[in-house]
Write a protein that binds this ligand. Structure first.
Ligand code: MSP
Length: 705
């Protein structure tokens, strides 16, 4: 039997998922469903990457062990995948892979040993011990060369990462190296002989020129004394494997490499090689390092590495927690159906290129393509079948003696015209789908929606219904529409599994579009005389004004004052609260409606700093208080309490940039010392807080003047 294996990247277990992570899962899930629908035995992997200094640090900041940190993030991922219908229970992934799984340790160790024994194509040892001297970005988990970092802002300071704008770590220690430099020719040969190995073409060209530019050997271990959270190097436990080395190997340990039990349960032999789906941000690891490791270990290369673009915000800026412009999964889930989100992601992003994601665009597309388009076609067809044909599928054939009559009303009596059109659209759909050009595939499907809509509008079934002689003509129009809907529900199953099943059920069909191979669809198999199901709107219209108002209100929570003093008002005891400062007397400025002036020196007394929230949690028995650890560029993060808990979920705060009053006298609130104050606007009667933030990247600790 044919098999197929598709993977998403495994996501870092240091922070919670957002739309970007969901997207790759949706694409992989769509591909997996399409393969299964064609009867191919399919394995779909997603999961988390749980080792390395970044997770170690995130855990430290949150006061957890690294494993607890990973468990926390994984529980969120699992909840998210269930809610979005992407888990095993909903027909989605087959494994949620975790690199802390013992079988992974076993497989990775075996892989390392293989590579350590191997010779490079030039006859050298593939792994050797040396000394690493250079810069490392913990967030990227990547060593950075000079053109990959920004020069230090001041003398004596470290350079900063161009992606994260955070200081790099200086690494100067003994390290194992993978002799990547010896693999350039072998890799170029692969890219040459397998033009589809790295896709799309533009990305393939980038990878080729990167390799042609010369490869440097790669440091693949850190001393345990600097990074302990990882897999120990076999036979040298003073070294911890480089997190990317361990992470990439997950794709094979998950299915049984190096572990017999997994081999029996899944089957490396059965499923490998895989199609790897990745964002373009991590292409180099997958298209250069990973194949080189595999060549060294003597393992077959993946089928392909396909890189998609990045989701940007509606203004074209990269989505990031720092900018606060990420699309939050709970907002998506609250206002939109899973199918609409899946459709939008696949229709809106030209695969391989960057795309823009905005709620308004999502609503517009949902309303036009789904509610007014496909949904309307489905409900108008079925409603007419209910009304004019007693809820039974009419005959698709016009009897000889009614042909002339039908022709006179302008109806095409040759059914092969519409059948031919749909077969062609189906072929186009499948071709584009096979090339992962989802947007174009969906365009082909929607050409059917437009064509059938026009057929109905031109034929005016409501007029035909008034003429008893035209009963068969009317029936044929509705049959063609219903049969087209059957085809559409099969084609669209991988993209919108819920809606396609709903359309299928409403047509009164048995079984499922999930088990109908679209290549085997035959025109006319919809059975005359069968009863249709209950007619219900498949895609309800979204009230744009209302939904946008709700989203905006949730995004800009008006609120309780974000200040530390306000935080206690109403929640803490009176003696903990500082008395409000006495009112200043009116000055001349007040008299003309201007707030009293201060001197610049007065303002300069307030030390305002850019901070980033590292952890946030509720304070027991204080409804309004959040206890946060905030990095303001000092050696230790500040502990700050803020009265925002009713409006900001603790998880939502993590990673956010805020403004902190850094020289406020520390004070105790509810037994916790607050070492500063978070600045926020406050409006509305209840004084809802809106935390001040930045729309551009800015390093922690920067002073506001
Ligand atoms: N842990 C590594 C991957 C190891 S794979 C052996 C990693 N993790 S990550 O959490 O940073 O996830 C990166 C991936 O998330 C991207 O490659 C992409 O698949 C997805 N995305 C994250 N942000 C995204 C967008 N804004 N847009 C689209 N996809 C994005 O890198």
């Amino acid at each position: 039997m044919k098999t197929f294996y598709v993977t998403t990247p495994i996501y870092y277990a240091n922070s919670l998922p957002h739309l970007g992570h969901l997207y790759t899962m949706i694409v992989a899930d769509t591909i997996a469903r399409a393969k299964r629908q064609r009867g191919i035995e399919t394995y779909f992997l997603t999961g988390t990457d749980e080792h390395g200094i970044n997770i170690e640090r995130a855990a430290q900041r949150a006061g957890r062990t690294p494993k607890e940190q990973a468990d926390y993030v994984v529980s969120y991922y699992k909840k998210m995948t269930a809610e979005f219908g992407l888990d095993t229970e909903h027909g989605g992934y087959d494994i949620f892979m975790r690199t802390t799984a013992p079988f992974h340790y076993q497989g990775v160790s075996e892989f390392w040993r293989k590579v350590a024994k191997a010779k490079t194509p030039k006859g050298n040892d593939a792994i050797y011990k040396g000394h690493y001297e250079g810069w490392f970005c913990a967030a990227c988990a990547e060593y950075k060369t000079e053109d990959e970092y920004a020069k230090p802002k001041a003398e004596g300071e470290p350079p900063t990462c161009l992606v994260h704008d955070t200081p790099l770590d200086r690494v100067s220690e003994e390290s194992y190296f993978f002799r990547l430099s010896d693999y350039a020719e072998a890799l170029l040969e692969v890219f040459e002989s397998r033009p589809d190995f790295v896709r799309p073409e533009a990305r393939r060209n980038e990878v080729i020129s990167f390799v042609r530019g010369g490869l440097q050997d790669l440091s693949v271990s850190r001393l345990k004394s600097s990074v302990s959270w990882g897999i120990p190097v076999p036979d040298d436990p003073e070294h911890t494997m480089y997190v990317w080395f361990d992470a990439l190997i997950n794709y094979i340990t998950a299915i049984g490499y190096g572990n017999e039990e997994r081999e029996r349960a899944v089957g490396f032999k059965k499923y490998w090689p895989a199609l790897h789906l990745v964002g373009k941000d991590i292409l180099r690891f997958h298209a250069v390092y990973w194949p080189a490791f595999l060549i060294a270990a003597g393992v077959e290369l993946p089928c392909a590495i396909v890189a998609h673009g990045m989701w940007l915000d509606p203004n074209g800026r990269k989505m990031s927690k720092t900018l606060g412009n990420t699309i939050e999964l709970d907002v998506l889930q609250k206002h939109f159906s899973i199918d609409a989100i899946r459709y939008f992601c696949l229709r809106e992003m030209v695969f391989g290129q960057d795309g823009r994601f905005g709620y308004e665009a999502l609503i517009d597309r949902s309303n036009s393509d789904l509610a007014s388009g496909l949904g309307n076609l489905s409900s108008r067809t079925l409603t007419m079948i209910a009304r004019y044909c007693d809820s039974r599928i009419p005959s698709g054939v016009i009897p000889e003696d009614k042909l002339l009559l039908a022709k006179r009303t302008g109806v095409d009596t040759d059914e092969t015209t519409v059948a031919g059109f749909i077969e062609h659209a189906r072929d186009q759909f499948l071709l584009h789908f096979e090339n992962l050009a989802f947007s174009r595939a969906l365009e082909a499907a929607w050409s059917v929606v437009a064509r059938i809509d026009k057929m109905i509008t031109d034929a005016k079934p409501w007029d035909l219904a008034k003429d008893e002689n035209q009963k068969q003509t009317l029936g044929v129009i509705l049959y063609r529409a219903a049969e087209s809907l059957r085809w559409l529900s099969v084609l669209l199953h991988p993209v919108m599994p819920g809606a396609s099943q709903a359309m299928w059920n409403q047509l009164g069909l048995q079984g499922s579009p999930a088990q109908t191979n679209p290549s085997e669809l035959k025109w006319g198999e919809l059975k005359e005389g069968s009863s249709i199901g209950d007619v219900q709107p498949v895609f309800p219209r979204i009230d744009k004004a209302n939904v946008m108002a709700e989203i905006n209100a949730a995004e800009e929570p008006a609120g309780v004052h974000a200040t530390e003093a306000d935080a206690v008002a109403g929640s803490a005891s009176a003696q903990e609260t500082q008395p409000a400062p006495p009112m200043k007397h009116a000055t001349e400025a007040d008299a003309v409606g201007v707030t009293s002036f201060i001197e610049i020196d007065d303002f300069a007394k307030v030390d305002l700093r850019v901070g980033q929230v590292l952890s946030a949690e509720r304070v027991p028995k204080a409804d309004k208080l959040l206890l946060m650890k905030i990095d303001i560029g000092e050696e230790q993060p500040r502990q700050v309490l803020a009265g925002i808990a009713q409006y900001y979920e603790p998880e939502k705060m993590i990673g956010r940039k805020v403004v902190v009053v850094a020289n406020l006298k520390p004070r105790k609130l509810r037994g916790f010392e607050s070492q500063g104050m978070v600045v926020a606007a406050s409006y509305g009667e209840e004084g809802r807080p809106v935390i001040a933030t930045f729309t551009e990247d800015v390093p922690n600790g920067a002073r506001l003047k």
